[in-house]
Design a protein around this ligand. Structure first.
Ligand code: GLP
Length: 244
């Protein structure tokens, strides 16, 4: 795994944007795998700035997102469709018809079938990843086993706690989600994780300071990927004692 240490969040976002920009310029009709969460927000803002000011062209790019809460309409301000529209898609020249976020309402089994088919039909050039404090990737929660394909996941109590900050109360946080499976994530040609924050120290330690690959920290599967990059803040590197 390649690890890039950045002095602060702004340079972390810029380093991530550099990697994505290079892919988009080399392959204007690429498919990008995208993630939600606060970690990639600054990188999305930087990509939007480059689109606006430097002509970075997303008009032929397509995207597929990692996950969606079950029970939230796409128009709900905490749905991941809404997150992607407001944090990225509305600010770049992408064709919204070429963006895919799984549906979290209606017939969930049918939605999962559709999600699996979209993933199977896409060659993801690069998959953006964040990590949950419990080590989850997308919404693949720690447990005895992980799953290859997109599926319904029951969120861990710690994930509900972590994501409660975005909702008016903890009770409003959905208990279930549809998520891309670990195998599908690993099929992306490249993985790019944006990693910061003291609450990620345990996951970061397991990812960067240990050789183990475990279902109890799904992020550790990244170690199996041929072309995975972690962009880490200096602060978190110091907390876990990571030196390049
Ligand atoms: C959610 C998402 C994950 C994301 C995680 C971390 O649970 N499903 O894909 O990586 O949040 O979010 P943050 O970057 O806000 O810490």
């Amino acid at each position: 795994m390649k690890v890039i240490i950045c002095e602060d969040y702004a340079s972390q976002c810029s380093a991530g944007a550099d990697i994505i920009e290079k892919i988009v310029r080399e392959k204007p009709d690429c498919c990008l795998g995208l993630a939600t969460g606060s970690s990639p927000v600054g990188m999305y803002q930087e990509l939007a700035r480059r689109c606006r000011e430097e002509g970075l062209d997303f008009s032929k790019v397509s995207t597929v997102n990692l996950d969606e809460y079950i029970g939230l309409e796409p128009t709900h301000n905490q749905s991941y469709r809404y997150f992607m529209d407001t944090n990225l898609f509305n600010h770049i020249n992408i064709d919204r018809n070429n963006t895919y976020v799984a549906k979290g309402t209606g017939d969930i089994e049918a939605n999962i079938e559709e999600f699996r088919a979209v993933i199977a039909g896409s060659t993801v050039e690069l998959q953006v990843l964040g990590v949950g404090p419990d080590g989850h990737l997308a919404f693949n929660e720690p447990g005895k086993e992980l799953y290859w394909h997109a599926h319904k996941e029951t969120l861990d109590e710690s994930t509900i706690d972590a994501n409660a900050r975005f909702f008016a109360s903890r009770d409003e946080v959905p208990r279930y989600a549809v998520t891309m499976g670990m195998g599908e994530i690993m099929m992306a040609k490249r993985l790019l994780m944006i990693l910061s924050g003291a609450n990620k120290a345990d996951a970061a330690r397991q990812l960067l300071m240990s050789d183990a690959i475990t279902c109890s920290c799904p992020a550790t599967l990244m170690k199996l990927h041929r072309d995975a990059t972690v962009i880490l803040t200096r602060e978190l590197a110091d907390i876990i004692g990571y030196t390049a």
